[in-house]
Design a protein around this ligand. Sequence first.
Ligand code: SF4
Length: 474
Amino acid sequence: MSQLGKMATDDILLPSNATQRPRVEERAPYNAQKNNPMPGVYRSRLPNGKFTNLMQVMFTDFCKMDCHFCPNSHWVPRKRFGFKVDELAKTFNELVERQTVQGLFLSSGVAGTGSKTTERMVQVVDLIRNKYKFNGYIHLKVMPGTERNIVEAAHLLGTRLSVNLETTTVEQMNKLSKMKHYQRDIMDPMAWIDELQRGPTNGAIGQATQFVVGAADETDLDILNRISQLYADWELKRVYFSPFRPVRYTPLEEHPATPMQRTNRLYQLDWLKRVYKFSDSEIKLGFDQGGFLPLELDPKQTIALENLDAFPVDINVANRDQLMRTPGLGPVSVQRILQNRRRAKISRWQDLALMGVVRKRAWPFITFPGHRPEPAKQLRLDNLLNQERKTRTDGGTEHLTKNRAEVTRETQASILADPGEPFGTQTTLTPTPCGIRSNCDGCALYNTPGHPGSTKGKVRYTPSTTFQKAKQPA
Ligand code: SF4
């Protein structure tokens, strides 16, 4: 249980420091040992925002396949484990009865054939549903190469099904495995799941998939193109991104690991697409010439910097789409702004903060009475944009292998070294609250009204009367 629970954690990954977190099935190890000492139990967030404990386990970590990135592949010489069908069903039932878990995430290596393995996993779920009368959440992985009749059985018993896509194209899959057939083993089962979901039979709702980022040297643009096609053609609920980690004994053991920050950026990109409804052409503004997202800025900020003509937006008159495209504003804060400004004009940063606006990111991009970004601020934006462009052009794909701290240090150093910098010599690398400069000393904007780095006149905040009025129901 311990070994198979640990191996299953590689299947769904969550960036711990993602600014915009995925809503479903975040992987967050359940740390409260005294409350829940079981290995293989993970705390997951559901679409309604609540948390639940899932038993996350592999049926077996034996796999006959040759995926170059996988610790379960046949390349790795180590002892393997596996459950018997009734043993796993019984173990899960005991955990449910003890109220340790409320759901199951079941994955596996390919033991024998994909169909044979998925069939045995379906038998486990069948026992859980019919013998132990469990009606809760079960996420079932469908193994590559599973035949249609087994996929249909899985559809009837699971709550959610997923097949791991791993990479974006046939050519890239050929780099990662000589045994997996991209179309026949992966795309076909995914197409059947989609077809079954749309059919009249009650069954699993919502298909998900997962990419191993960086293993096949694909670009972020390749990933965007693939997920756009999946969202357009199928009712795909979610895409998960797992950073490539070299595994000893595999052909990719010398390949550099993918920084976690890259998967964070991809989760943000996915969020822009699904929640903020950015079009692909807008998202592509955020890519560099090599087809990668910069690691040092979130994609929404990069896109705004590439599209400065659209800013600043007037917070009191801008429409929903304009607000959603403004850095520092999310779906919740936009909704609150739209509701509150119907009753009273918004004219204070503090009111915006109460609505959930992130001032540090939003201040150069918005106007309202008493706050208008000055031309100098625009200059600074341009300066930042130039620096970003320089970093991307200079680094190319290479900067993706650097960790975030390195990239941040380099960006700061390049800003400090730039002779065109109009704000005097900088001596320290302490980030400023505005997030743009490295040091407030000598900055022309320091302590100007509305500037987030201002230390002057800080008073204890009380909401304005207009905002208090606005908060009252109509
Ligand atoms: S089929 Fe899955 S478990 Fe087997 S080697 Fe490939 S990625 Fe790993």
